[in-house]
Design a protein around this ligand. Sequence first.
Ligand code: FES
Ligand code: FES
Length: 168
Amino acid sequence: MKVPLTVNGTDEVVEARPMAPLSELLRDGLELKGTKRGCETGKCGACTVLVDGKATKSCQRLAGQAAESTVVTIEGLAKHAGDDDDLHPVQQGFIDNFGMQCGYCTPGMAMAAVALLEENPNPTRTEIQEGIKGNLCRCTGYTKIYDSILDAAAQVEDTTIESSASGD
Ligand code: FES
Ligand code: FES
């Protein structure tokens, strides 16, 4: 079947198997391999993307259910932040704070963090812990991940303060 949807700002019509998950459509139909396959049972969060602004485990959403939706994957995150050239503050936060080791969980973590910060731009460490509890990491022990997201929140806050000071 053909699934019309918008992915990373581009309108697409993608051929998908009737019972294919959205993760398959993204990875195999659009070659967006940043969305990872982990457990494929909704437990690890490696496949998390934004669907209509909500963090969504794409292995648990049928491709057909995503028809007419707006999807953002890790590949489109810089553009989602408004500037293709710069990384999203969450991506920069993970780099600056060593928030990854093998990196397998990182795209899903980052997308969950973006959704969290869009809902709560100034979260506490506990709120971050709660907000990304559906995303599992086997490597980092989470401390650096929480540091990364706290740093990203501070970067977003700085940008907001600067643009309101300059009247943008
Ligand atoms: S691969 Fe989707 S939750 Fe694990
Ligand atoms: S960095 Fe390896 S699973 Fe998270």
